[in-house]
Ligand binder design. Structure first.
Ligand code: AMP
Ligand code: ZN
Length: 113
């Protein structure tokens, strides 16, 4: 996936502020944070969105195990956090490598909060 921004971040060709990495998952700070803490979790296997990713459910497991582990280790779990993924234009997806936004570190607005 030569032209994929997030594949280039995984490969280290584009710099990022790494939050976490294991053999399957990479997490980094969002360049344009929408909360005090705003991380992006991506799988090292390229897929375009959660519909494609769901064809290989192990990827979902890998991502959510990483998110919950890092949220616990970095102290987000006690006060809470939000996980968001966008698919397609109505949701405003701009990068077509499946990613999960993790938002926290403060009281979040929206979604009834
Ligand atoms: P989405 O709108 O769900 O596709 O989210 C894409 C996210 O990627 C946005 O929140 C952007 O701020 C973020 N983003 C774009 N380029 C970079 C980058 N080079 N490093 C970190 N985050 C980025
Ligand atoms: Zn990619």
């Amino acid at each position: 996936m030569q032209e994929c921004l997030f594949c280039k971040i995984i490969a280290g060709e584009i710099p990022s502020k790494k939050v976490y990495e294991d053999e399957n998952v990479y997490a980094f700070e969002d360049i344009s944070p929408m909360a005090k803490i705003h991380w992006l979790f991506i799988h090292k296997k390229h897929t375009e969105n959660i519909s494609a990713m769901s064809q290989d459910p192990q990827q979902i497991t890998d991502i959510f195990q990483a998110i919950t582990r890092v949220a616990q280790e970095k102290g987000l779990e006690s006060d809470g956090y939000r996980v968001v993924t966008n698919l397609g234009p109505n949701a405003g997806q701009t990068v077509f490598h499946t990613h999960f936004h993790v938002l926290g570190g403060e009281k979040l607005k929206g979604f009834g909060a």
